[in-house]
Ligand binder design. Structure first.
Ligand code: BTN
Length: 251
């Protein structure tokens, strides 16, 4: 049995057999919940991904969870929470012997295929953050994916690793607490940005930058001190991309 060594994150964990979306539920109860409360479900019937996409969350196949946070930070710093989550997942997996990397800003990859996605949603009240919900979805035992994502998605088991979901979960939550508490007390965005750069799957790689229905070939150059991605286009021009505004595709 794995023990959770955290003080805030996961101090309270609400477990469901089935739920629509853990993010939706977290948003519903966030106001009256303590920071660090977690919603966990064996299955989601209305799992949501970024940009209105469906997130397949088959019973028992993965880790589908949401964390409720109440950081006292300005709303424009919220993307750093996504990066903290990504970092926690990557470092947790690497410590468990699974080599993974971050596709900025919010996908975790193994062998260039997506194993985990992060969906951060915030509620603002008069220019301050009231709460943030960080949703993490990780494919652990999934072997069959729907046709449209089959080439892009994978799972821990499909990549040849057999890990226990509770071991992965507790490791992620411990890392998250470490990076999150450090961030809220020191506000050192650059430190997180640098770590994300170390684990980046796209620095020095050819990628596509997608904005709306426009797609442009580029190369990942850097993750700067604000956590933004610097890309260079084929014509030699470069751009600083802020997460939330763009989506990145591998070649
Ligand atoms: C993405 O890659 O587009 C983000 C996927 C996020 C999925 C997780 S699973 C737990 C939480 N609840 C949801 O409905 N979505 C997130």
């Amino acid at each position: 049995k794995s023990k959770l060594n955290t003080n805030i994150i996961g101090k309270k964990i609400l477990c469901f057999e089935t739920i629509g979306s853990t993010n939706d539920h977290a948003k519903k109860i966030a106001k009256e919940s303590e920071e660090g409360t977690i919603i966990l479900s064996e299955e989601q019937t209305k799992g949501r991904g970024r940009m209105g996409k469906v997130w397949h969350s088959i019973k028992g196949d993965g880790i589908w969870l949401s964390i409720i946070l109440k950081p006292d930070i300005p709303p424009y710093h919220a993307p750093i929470i996504t990066q903290i989550a990504g970092l926690s997942v990557v470092i947790a997996l690497n410590e468990l012997g699974v080599k993974s990397s971050i596709k900025w800003p919010n996908d975790i990859l193994i062998n260039n295929k997506k194993i985990c996605g992060i969906l951060t949603e915030m509620s603002i009240e008069i220019d301050r953050i009231d709460h943030i919900v960080v949703g993490i979805g990780m494919n652990v035992k999934t072997l069959d994916f729907p046709n449209d994502i089959e080439n892009m998605a994978t799972s821990i088991l499909k990549e040849g690793y057999s890990l226990n979901r509770l071991d992965i979960l507790s490791r992620i939550l411990e890392k998250f607490e470490e990076f999150y508490t450090d961030y809220v007390s020191n506000n050192d965005i650059e430190k997180i940005a640098n770590m994300c750069k170390t684990y980046s799957a796209i620095i020095g790689k050819d990628i596509y930058v997608i904005k709306g229905d426009k797609r442009r070939k580029a190369r990942g150059i850097d993750i700067n001190k604000n956590g933004n991605l610097i890309v260079e286009y084929e014509d030699g021009s470069s751009e600083e991309l802020v997460s939330g505004e763009v989506s990145i595709r591998g070649e």
